[in-house]
Design a protein around this ligand. Structure first.
Ligand SMILES: [Mn+2]
Length: 286
C-alpha cells in the first residue's frame, strides 16, 4: 500500500552542530549550520540544539562527556520518535555519529555496512586516546568499547565486519592494533583510484544497506582547506566524490553524514556543495 510505504520508509534530514566532540573551538558548529543552509535550504528537517559556548571538563577521561552524553540521548530519543528509515546528517564533529548510526543499525538489525571516509580511524578508547577528545573515539564506541555513558545507549553495537575504513592514514598505535586484530576492512589510495573495490567489498560481506560517514578531512588538506583536522596525504576531493557517487548509485545508502566542515573559504564551500549535490542526485538521499 502506497501510504504505508510513506509511513515506514522516509528520510530525515538532521542537523547536529555539536563541537564538544573536539571541545577546543566551536568552528565546526558554525560550519555545520552554514553547510545545512547552503545544501538543504529551507528543507532542513530536524535540528538538535547545541549551546555555542560551554565550559567543558574531563569526565571518565573524555573531554565534555557530561555535555555529549545527554545530547546523544536526546538525539536517539528524537530518532526513536520520528523513526526515519533513512537519514542525511550534517554534524559538527565525528562525535555526532553515535545516534544516527546506532538508530539505523538497530533499525536494520546489523545489516548495515558502515563506510568510514575519514583521515582518521576514530578507534581510540578513553584509555588509549592521547587527547581525550571524543571525536577520535566514536567509531570504537559504536563497536561497544567507549565511555559507559555512551555505550549504554547503543542498542545494537556494530560488529567489526560492518566497518569499512576508507582513507584513514593518521592513526595512533592502539587504533592500528585494533585494525590488525579485528576483521574490519581498511583501504587507502586503492579505493580512490577504483571505487568499485569498495562496492565489491561491501557486496562480498553480504550487506544490503549502507551508511556513509564523510569526514571532510579524508580529503588531502593540500586540495581542501575547510576541514577541522589535518591528515596529510590522501585523495583529492574529486576522487572522494567518485567514491560517494559510486556508493549512492550502486548501493542502498540509507544514511549519509557530512562532518567536521569549517566554513573558511567560499571556494571550498562551493566545491563541497557541488560534490554533495552530484553524489545524492540519483541516490536515496536526493
Ligand atoms: Mn573523524
Amino acid at each position: 500500500m502506497e501510504f504505508s510505504k510513506w509511513e515506514n520508509d522516509w528520510m530525515l534530514r538532521l542537523l547536529l552542530p555539536e563541537w564538544q566532540g573536539y571541545g577546543l573551538s566551536s568552528e565546526v558548529a558554525e560550519g555545520a549550520r552554514v553547510l545545512a543552509r547552503a545544501w538543504w535550504g529551507d528543507d532542513g528537517g530536524a535540528a538538535i540544539d547545541v549551546p555555542d559556548a560551554e565550559a567543558l571538563r574531563v569526565e571518565d577521561r573524555v573531554l565534555g562527556l557530561e555535555s555529549i552524553a545527554p545530547r546523544t540521548e536526546d538525539a536517539l530519543q528524537a530518532l526513536r520518535d520520528l523513526a526515519p528509515s533513512r537519514l542525511q546528517m550534517i554534524g559538527g564533529t565525528c562525535g555526532a555519529e553515535v545516534a544516527p548510526v546506532a538508530h539505523l543499525n538497530h533499525r536494520y538489525d546489523g545489516n548495515l555496512a558502515v563506510v568510514w571516509l575519514d583521515g582518521h580511524a576514530d578507534l581510540n578508547t578513553p584509555a588509549s586516546s592521547p587527547s581525550g577528545h571524543f571525536h577520535g573515539m566514536v567509531l570504537r564506541t559504536l563497536l561497544g568499547d567507549g565511555p559507559a555513558a555512551l555505550t549504554a545507549q547503543v542498542p545494537v553495537p556494530l560488529r567489526p565486519e560492518q566497518v569499512f575504513l576508507i582513507g584513514p592514514r593518521d592513526m595512533d598505535a592502539p587504533e592500528r592494533d585494533y585494525i590488525d586484530t579485528h576483521p574490519v576492512t581498511w583501504m587507502r589510495d586503492e579505493a580512490f583510484g577504483d571505487p568499485q573495490r569498495v562496492i565489491d567489498a561491501i557486496a562480498a560481506r553480504g550487506f544490503t544497506h549502507v551508511y556513509v560517514h564523510f569526514d571532510v578531512d579524508v580529503v588531502n588538506p593540500a586540495d581542501f582547506g575547510n576541514a577541522l583536522m589535518r591528515a596529510d596525504g590522501g585523495p583529492l576531493l574529486a576522487e572522494v566524490a567518485d567514491v560517494l557517487s559510486a556508493l549512492h548509485r550502486h548501493t542502498d545508502v540509507v544514511g549519509f553524514s557530512v562532518l567536521e566542515y569549517c566554513d573558511r573559504t567560499e571556494r571550498d564551500r562551493d566545491r563541497l556543495l557541488t560534490v554533495l549535490r552530484a553524489a545524492t542526485v540519483e541516490g536515496c538521499c536526493g
